[in-house]
Ligand binder design. Structure first.
Ligand code: FRU
Length: 330
């Protein structure tokens, strides 16, 4: 029978410097463990679009059968991704989009919906009256653009809810810690902060706390990651009033990539669903994610056991061969 084909997947990641991206990579590796015939390489662009362009060009030179890409900023990454696609190499966009329709499949959340859900949830929290400050993700990244658009649509049905201030963030906590105090002093009317991710939401909470505003201003984030530094824990600790679940989708990205490579039917748009996590369901979410994590550990332990048994078996076989050869030779 013909030897199974080796597939080369290149993953151009905008950054690998946070827990959400690391959960994405862990999900990819978990799914990849079912496909030993795949060679997988990730290049980490450290939030730098120029570097990301260069990485994708490198992948083209080195040779890949499929590209997975999370675009740091939509515009600058678009031409090189279009080039990959136009050369007949399938492209899976993961989470952060380009501005182009030239890609094979998308895997990730619907950020318009994330923003919209946050907007209507915020409005009902405020009982349809109040002032909101928005902390945006990095300018030019598609989730930031769409979360803002969706949020504006989400509050549009409530004339008593107004978006009165904005802070331009970069997905990270320190920028918010620096910029927010002055904006809050200039806008004492703010009742609620919507931050485009939980890390910036944590920063917003810490600023509110420093200014003695943490009892008055409620904070909402996005991501809802499990673990001690994740949004689920922040909601449980009442640091955040709510977070919008935004799954990293690593497993789904690899599954879609494999369907494409094996010429099986696949969906072009693979939308991962969102939901509000707040005090009403946070405990359930926490228990569920803990259960998943412990099951995942069990699977890893079983895999280790299997490997160890296989190694013992192989060495026993070798001993048998050596013995047999000695006997035959004798
Ligand atoms: C992680 C992150 C998440 C956010 C996503 C948007 O790098 O900043 O917090 O939801 O990227 O692309």
């Amino acid at each position: 029978s013909p030897t199974p084909r080796t597939y080369r997947i290149g993953f151009s990641q905008c950054t690998n410097g946070d827990a959400w991206r690391q959960a994405m990579l862990a999900g990819m590796k978990k799914e990849l463990s079912f496909y030993p015939q795949v060679s997988f390489r990730m290049k980490d662009a450290h939030d730098n679009s120029k570097l990301q362009q260069q990485h994708i060009r490198e992948f083209l030179h080195e040779g890949i059968d499929l590209l997975i890409v999370s675009a740091n900023e939509a515009e600058p990454i678009t031409p090189i991704v279009e080039e990959v696609f136009n050369r007949g190499i399938p492209v899976v966009i993961l989470d952060r989009r380009t501005t182009s329709k030239l890609y094979t499949a998308y895997v990730g959340g619907n950020n318009l919906e994330v923003g919209h859900t946050a907007g209507s949830y915020a409005s009902s929290l405020l009982r349809q009256h109040g002032n909101v400050l928005e902390v945006l993700g990095a300018a030019g990244a598609s989730p930031a653009v769409d979360r803002h658009k969706g949020f504006v649509q989400g509050i549009a049905g409530y004339p008593g809810v107004r978006l009165t201030a904005q802070v331009q963030g970069d997905w990270k906590r320190p920028s918010v810690m620096r910029a927010l105090p002055a904006v809050l002093r200039a806008h004492p009317e703010v009742d609620l902060i919507f931050a485009h991710n939980d890390r910036m939401a944590l920063g917003a909470y810490q600023v509110c706390k420093q200014l003695g505003l943490d009892r008055r201003i409620r904070v909402i984030g996005v991501d809802g990651l499990a673990g001690p530094q994740g949004g689920i824990q922040f909601v449980q600790d009442k640091i955040l009033t709510a977070t919008l679940l935004y799954p990293p989708g690593g497993e789904e990205a690899i599954r879609t990539a494999m369907r494409i490579l094996r010429k099986q039917p696949f969906e072009k748009e693979n939308i991962l669903s969102t939901m509000v996590i707040d005090s009403t369901n946070v405990l359930t979410m926490k228990l569920q994610t803990e259960k998943l994590a412990s099951q995942q550990q069990d699977i890893q332990r079983q895999q280790q056991l299997l490997r160890a048994q296989l190694a013992t078996y192989t060495s026993q076989q070798t001993i048998l061969y050596v013995l047999a050869a000695a006997l035959l030779g004798a």
